[in-house]
Design a protein around this ligand. Structure first.
Ligand SMILES: Cc1cc2nc3c(=O)[nH]c(=O)nc-3n(C[C@H](O)[C@H](O)[C@H](O)COP(=O)(O)OP(=O)(O)OC[C@H]3O[C@@H](n4cnc5c(N)ncnc54)[C@H](O)[C@@H]3O)c2cc1C
Length: 394
């Protein structure tokens, strides 16, 4: 059972926030600010809602925040109780592997899709918050009283606060804080992720499988609820920025052509048909201040931690909730933003460091890492090792 809270009825405060980006962080900010009595308006560059996506784990602060917001019961848990985990050997054979634990960082751990969290947040703001699709900012100025944002359609918006929730390649950050290169710390990794149409050979519904080799890995999830499988591929390259400018599937076929038995070629065929393929380098955003005056960054635009942290979606929601609380508790926007950052930054610093360690679990970077990972999986797949691993994750 989860404790559901009744959403408080907003008391209009007369304060207006322009939120750039309708991903998880932007929608969570719109919801929490609306409940705090603000008038949020979202501008989103894409022509409509982003559907599809990849699997995410939800635990820790994000799980607790969605519970407090009363949205947890609307989210599925897509890991079926009898799920079997496999490691795919170099010969394509399936060997026993791991499934994700059911607890982490003191909360239950849910397996979801990015689009599950997006959906519950979208439904919670639908009809209450204006969302304008197909527009983004081209200029942002501010004075002591307000911020002014010029949009790509030529319109001008005035707001008390501008929230840049526009992802790792944030335009708000570039306009107000400076070029992306100053803040992006690249791993030498590329990720490709999408929802697949059709089945994956050799896997029953609910199974999960991981194929790994030095510098390459493939993570495959299937579902018992009728949802199509999802997958992400990771590989190591000295030139990730150059790779991601190439044609994605052709590039992925070159890297993964001989890999993962029949499973990975099936993923590549499905990726070739996908209209929502994510293909990007893996990077963190490290910036020593998340706000300037009336402009604040939130989510991946402020602190992208990478998929290895497992906290990006969750901290987008928790960070938004804490932001609305700080704006309610403190007089004046700079004071509120300063207090908010002080509260959120320790979580982010910890998760960014954790991501640096976890990258080796997601993809062994060399032969030593590959054999170390295989040894770890064998130990954790054993009954005693499994119990120990669960105890550590709690
Ligand atoms: C393969 C993979 C696995 C992951 N696994 C996990 C996991 O297990 N757990 C977890 O918590 N997180 C995970 N993450 C990370 C998580 O998905 C992200 O951290 C999270 O979705 C970021 O949300 P966001 O709203 O901050 O940014 P985004 O989702 O990037 O949203 C930004 C939005 O802003 C819009 N936008 C961009 N530029 C502009 C502009 N100029 N004007 C207007 N709008 C604009 C975009 O169109 C988009 O809608 C994973 C990520 C990947 C790629």
């Amino acid at each position: 059972m989860t404790a559901q809270t009744t959403p408080p009825q907003p008391t209009p405060s007369g304060r207006r926030a322009l939120i750039v980006g309708s991903g998880i962080s932007g929608l969570a900010a719109a919801l929490t600010l609306h409940r705090a009595g603000w008038e949020p308006v979202i501008v989103e560059r894409a022509p409509g809602r982003r559907t599809g996506g990849y699997f995410v784990r939800l635990f820790g602060p994000g799980h607790s925040s969605l519970e407090r917001l009363g949205l947890l019961d609307d989210l599925p848990n897509r890991q079926s109780p009898g799920a079997r985990g496999y490691e795919v050997g170099p010969d394509g054979r399936l060997r026993p592997g791991l499934t994700f634990p059911d607890q982490a960082e003191g909360t239950p751990l849910r397996m979801l899709l990015r689009s599950d969290i997006e959906r519950v947040l979208y439904e919670a703001v639908d009809g209450k918050v204006e969302i304008r699709y197909g527009v983004g900012p081209t200029a942002i100025t501010q004075n002591r009283h307000e911020a002014t944002v010029t949009l790509t359609d030529g319109t001008v918006e005035k707001a008390d606060l501008v929230i840049g929730a526009d992802g790792i390649h944030s335009t708000v950050r570039s306009l107000v804080f400076g070029p992306e290169d100053l803040y992006r710390k690249d791993f030498d990794h590329v990720v490709a992720a999408c929802e697949l149409d059709g089945e994956l050979p050799g896997l029953a519904d609910g199974d999960v499988a991981v194929a790994s080799a030095p510098g390459r890995s493939a993570w495959l999830n299937t579902y018992t609820d009728g949802h199509p499988p999802v997958a992400f591929l990771l590989y190591r390259t000295p030139w990730p920025a150059a790779e991601t400018r190439r044609e994605p599937v052709e590039t992925l076929r070159e890297v993964f052509g001989d890999f993962g038995g029949a499973l990975v070629p099936a993923v590549l065929d499905a990726m070739a048909k996908s209209e929502s393929l994510v293909f990007d380098q893996v990077s963190q955003i490290r910036i020593n201040r998340w706000s300037q005056g009336r402009v604040v960054l939130l989510g991946d635009s402020a602190w992208c931690m990478t998929l290895y942290s497992g906290q990006g979606s969750g901290m987008g929601v928790a960070g938004a909730e804490m932001l609305a609380d700080a704006l309610t508790e403190h007089d004046g926007i700079p004071a509120a933003l300063g207090a908010w950052e002080k509260q959120v930054r320790p979580h982010i610093t910890k998760s960014q460091k954790q991501a640096l360690r976890m990258q080796h679990f997601f993809m062994p970077v060399n032969r030593f890492g590959y054999h170390a990972r295989r040894g770890l999986i064998r130990t954790m797949s054993s009954p005693v090792g499994g119990k120990l691993a669960k105890a550590i994750m709690r």
